[in-house]
Design a protein around this ligand. Sequence first.
Ligand SMILES: NC(=O)c1ccc[n+]([C@@H]2O[C@H](COP(=O)([O-])OP(=O)(O)OC[C@H]3O[C@@H](n4cnc5c(N)ncnc54)[C@H](O)[C@@H]3O)[C@@H](O)[C@H]2O)c1
Ligand SMILES: [Zn+2]
Ligand SMILES: [Zn+2]
Length: 382
Amino acid sequence: MRAVVYRGPFSVEVVDVPDATVVEPTDAVVRITTTNICGSDLHMYEGRTSVEEGKVLGHENMGIVEAVGPAVTRIQVGDRVSVPFNIACGTCRNCLTGWTSFCTRTNPTEGMDGAAYGYANMGPYDGGQAEYLRVPFADVNLLDLPAGTEHENDFTMLSDIFPTGWHGTELARQAPGDDVAVFGAGPVGLMAAHSALIRGAARVFVVDKEPDRLALARSIGAIGINLAEGDPVEQIMDATDGRGTDCGVEAVGYQAHDAAGEEHPELVLDNLVKVVRTTGGIGVVGVYVPQDPGAANEGAKEGRVAFDYGTFFTKGQHMGTGQAPVIRYNRQLRDLIIAGRATPGFIVSHELPLDGAVEGYDRFDKREDGWTKVLLHPGQAA
Ligand SMILES: NC(=O)c1ccc[n+]([C@@H]2O[C@H](COP(=O)([O-])OP(=O)(O)OC[C@H]3O[C@@H](n4cnc5c(N)ncnc54)[C@H](O)[C@@H]3O)[C@@H](O)[C@H]2O)c1
Ligand SMILES: [Zn+2]
Ligand SMILES: [Zn+2]
């Protein structure tokens, strides 16, 4: 089968690899209809992870079940499904308490709880930027979707970024009527803004420096704040009569940078501590890592990101972090899509055949104007 593999920094290739097959009795194989390129893939693409050469990438997957192992009873061949990026066993302590993103059984990497498809340090699993994907514990993991092709561009956000954006607002303990600050207008930040508005936010401020992404934020009723036009904290303070927001979401991650493009891993955390009011919550879904040899300073190379913890404590704020447990939200978010109350597909900018991955990675990575979210359709002719 054809698949997108990592070759090295700024290099991916579409090549032939062995077909995905049922290995364990609890596995399914999904024929991929849509698989997205994610901002998380760019951390690998830019050589900022230890992902191995030859890894099949892709953790935002959906498609049609092609085969199931003998122990799969809920999911059937022919079902249309969304594949959460987390690979959960469904039976460990963390899975049973809703934290499938920290499954203790599926990732053999020393010291790591939580597994994912096609990702650095997240276990030996191939990704779904390919014609087929092997899904472990299929009955636990797969979300069934209505048959047909309706809502494909909305449903494809259920594997990761819509639940991740929602999780950001959940970690921030957003309540109806809140003013919310979202840092990052990439796909995840836009999903957080969409979620915050669905959850009844009074106002949502979305900070970035990319005008096309800020325009998308405005298109759903958020307020775009361009950090290139002045300190984003001051801009939001002015708009809230100096009160700041009730809560905030971090949707940028460890490669946060200033308007000139210089990296400051603590920048967004500092901004959130400043802009969120006393006792307010901060949901961090942008990724931070324990080792980053390419970091801008010595501390950050060892995961020590020196944000203003003193003010964070003094303001009595709270913070939640980590990978999103997709299963906790994806059924409800699917039903919001079906009911017409959520339209996460509004961020889709490009739909390419699998062979378009090389161009898709390059242009999405450069945040080229208009390249907001790239979907790959392995079944589509090149
Ligand atoms: N927690 C999870 O489960 C989870 C899931 C998916 C993605 N992520 C992470 O979320 C983050 C965002 O993902 P994405 O797909 O939207 O990526 P992206 O890289 O496309 O978007 C990040 C955006 O942040 C902007 N940005 C950079 N510095 C900024 C700053 N100082 N202030 C405000 N905005 C700034 C960039 O211009 C860009 O538009 C990444 O770190 C990704 O790995 C986490
Ligand atoms: Zn993703
Ligand atoms: Zn588990």
